[in-house]
Design a protein around this ligand. Structure first.
Ligand SMILES: *Cc1c(COP(=O)(O)O)cnc(C)c1O
Length: 400
């Protein structure tokens, strides 16, 4: 079947809740993906930063196969021999003593919300039912009913009410607005150190430090959603590391498995507050997921992927700045999380992504007018150099 045959069929039988580029992937390796017609493309999206390690990294695949030959799921009724070492690894990596494993990013966020609410009642003594969690305009934390209740995006939440109460949404990168929103009932601040889906929004230097100081001063939990920014993506192991911030709760997902199997993690010294039976998941922290996650973290550490992201990110950013096409409004980001914003008078970012696809480069628009460049972190300079003339061509000539 050709690309178009698959697309016609998925349009008939799929829900249609996404608007993918018109390409059908059949295989992938490293920074490259191949469609059903045999055409290869450079992946500059990395599955929204889930494949920081590159597609099908041999060490992660080997760990997965090895574990599949032993045991994949024993349920949470029993312990297994892959969980303890992953939790210990995460404790060393994050500096946060305990870990609770779930499957998707949204579930990790849900877990953090429940933890913050319980903490607020039992430790901070906020009257039951009155705890507030502060979130930020243009945030993205996932798609469950409670998580979208804290979103500022009407499209994510308007049709799905009644929503979960207890969220207060303030402008991002505006410390005064945040300070004014804090009350005695503020339990937690849920924040992305760099907003990913919101358009690759990098706050001013010092902002995260001030957020952390406000949390300290007012006894508020700082929940850092590092699901997209964590595990090397921004040039440090965690985006919080750029300012030396240690959150109370850190959320990881996406690259935690290198794109091989869903697993997410909540890391926090407060996790002991969950009593037996209060939270859980059948697949959460299963042996297969744990074995894969350990290998995925090893690859990031062994191959210094955070340093790679820093070096290649600086290079890509510098070269993108040289393109100087009239449609470019702004180029921003950190490490290999880069957003190129298109001016309003020009076509939407999707238009450019479709043209880039025809040139053999896969990336995706975010927030309508931003093209996100976020390739696997082990992308080579040669691969970037191969992509740049194509990006330049599309930005200069594909317009109007
Ligand atoms: C992707 C993402 C999520 C949600 O992860 P899912 O696995 O899609 O549920 C949450 N927070 C951030 C910052 C993300 O980028």
């Amino acid at each position: 079947m050709k690309n178009q045959d698959h697309i016609t069929q998925i349009q008939e039988y799929g829900a249609g809740h996404y608007h993918p580029l018109p390409i059908v992937i059949a295989s992938a390796l490293g920074c490259w993906m191949t469609d059903v017609e045999g055409t290869s493309y450079l992946d500059m999206l990395s599955a929204y930063s889930a494949v920081n390690q590159g597609h099908r990294h041999p060490k992660i695949i080997a760990a997965a196969k090895d574990q599949m030959d032993r045991v994949t799921l024993c349920s949470t009724a029993f312990n297994h021999d892959q969980g303890a070492s992953l939790c210990k690894k995460l404790a060393l990596l994050t500096g946060l003593e305990k870990t609770l494993l779930m499957n998707s990013g949204a579930e990790a966020v849900e877990t953090a919300i429940k933890l913050a609410r319980k903490w607020s009642a039992f430790v901070k003594k906020i009257p039951p039912g009155e705890a507030e969690i502060i979130t930020f305009e243009n945030n993205f934390h996932g798609r469950t009913t409670t998580v979208v209740s804290g979103s500022s995006n009407i499209k994510y939440k308007a049709p799905f009410g009644p929503l979960t109460p207890g969220f207060k949404i303030v402008p991002y990168d505006d410390i005064d607005a945040l300070r004014k929103a804090i009350t005695h009932n503020t339990a937690a601040i849920l924040i992305e150190p760099i907003q990913g889906e919101g358009g690759i929004n990098v706050p001013q230097p010092g902002y995260m430090t001030r957020v952390a100081q406000l949390c300290e001063k007012h006894n508020i939990l700082l929940i850092a959603d590092e699901i997209q920014t964590g595990l090397g993506r921004t040039g440090k192991m965690f985006a919080c590391d750029h300012e030396g911030i240690k959150p109370d709760i850190m959320l990881l997902g996406k690259a935690l498995s290198g794109g091989i199997y869903p697993i997410s993690a909540v890391c926090s010294p407060h996790l002991h507050l969950f009593k037996v039976g209060e939270h859980g998941s059948t697949y959460g922290g299963n042996p297969l997921a744990c074995a894969i996650a350990k290998a995925a973290i090893d690859v990031i550490e062994d191959e210094d992927l955070d340093t790679c992201a820093d070096t290649m990110g600086r290079y890509l950013m510098q070269q993108l700045h040289k393109i100087k096409a009239p449609c470019i409004k702004d180029i921003r980001g950190k490490g290999l999380l880069i957003g190129l914003e298109i001016k309003e008078a020009y076509p939407k970012a999707r238009f450019y992504c479709e043209k880039l696809m025809l040139e053999g480069i896969l990336c995706k628009e975010t927030n309508d007018n931003v093209i996100r460049f976020a390739p696997p972190l082990n992308i080579s300079k040669t691969e970037i150099d191969g992509a740049l003339p194509k990006i330049k061509h599309v930005l200069h000539h594909a317009t109007l």
